[in-house]
Design a protein around this ligand. Sequence first.
Ligand code: PSU
Ligand code: MN
Length: 303
Amino acid sequence: MDIQQIKNMIEDLPDFTGKKAVALETTIISHGMPYPQNVKTALAVEDEIRKQGAIPVTIGILDGKIKIGMTPDEIEEFGKKQSQIMKVSRRDLAYCVANKKSGATTVAATMILASLANIKVFATGGLGGVHRGAQENFDISADLDEFSRSPIAVVCSGPKAILDIPLTLEYLETKGVPVIGYQTEYLPLFYSRSSSYKLEASVKDAAEAAKIISTSDALKLHQGMIFANPIPSDYSLDNKMMETYIEKALEECEKAGVKGKAITPFLLAKVVELTGGKSLDANIALIKNNAKVAAQIAVELNK
Ligand code: PSU
Ligand code: MN
């Protein structure tokens, strides 16, 4: 593939301006969940979006070709190949495309590609953020900086619980990123519905959320925002109990000497193991719920 071909490929990307589209990432499929639950979840999430009258757009890179709207077969392939597929964040994008590799996009990379296709809303599980011990290990997810670059609203259940939550909130504040509670005044903690972190902003429904997105665009802020949507109560796990599992997972991560982008997938898999699959059920429930809310916001945005 030469540079001209790559340029043509990007010009050929679909344009979702004025369409009720919801972007979906692929790292959660390939690196965030085991097979076959990952594929089943990815397809169920798409259905959830269609049910609300919106268009699901799963994003990934197949042999160097950017796919904005993957087919069920392509999703199946990503789910099966798992870590054989590159985990692609902002820094990996150009390398992956130029070398015709297959890449599963993180929140950051999905925000970039979704914005290229003029998608305004994106649903995921939990955000990357500032890791515990970041004062020493400098581990801060590229997801956070992306919010000050790509103009897309991300519906999630808060930062992943494995992170340092207060530092993540501080970082987002510094970057000027709105963190808005969806029907809650407190930050949801991924596996758990609530926390003691009081948010500065909240909305009561999708119409209010859509109004903030349109206002941000009208003000030409050209940045993303976060809608933090709590996990459904039937699946919410106890904060304190999860903390003990997370600490154990962090210890094992350190012992195994896991570094860089492998850390988050390692921790998520460890927590699934330690909770006997309960955290996986929670993760599946919350992402479906986020997809539903994201679709409702996309519908409101295009009224
Ligand atoms: N949330 C999940 N599962 C995941 C992730 C988030 O429930 O697999 C992924 C997302 O793709 C997110 C990435 O962008 O983890 C963050 O990785 P890192 O911390 O290495 O930036
Ligand atoms: Mn990291």
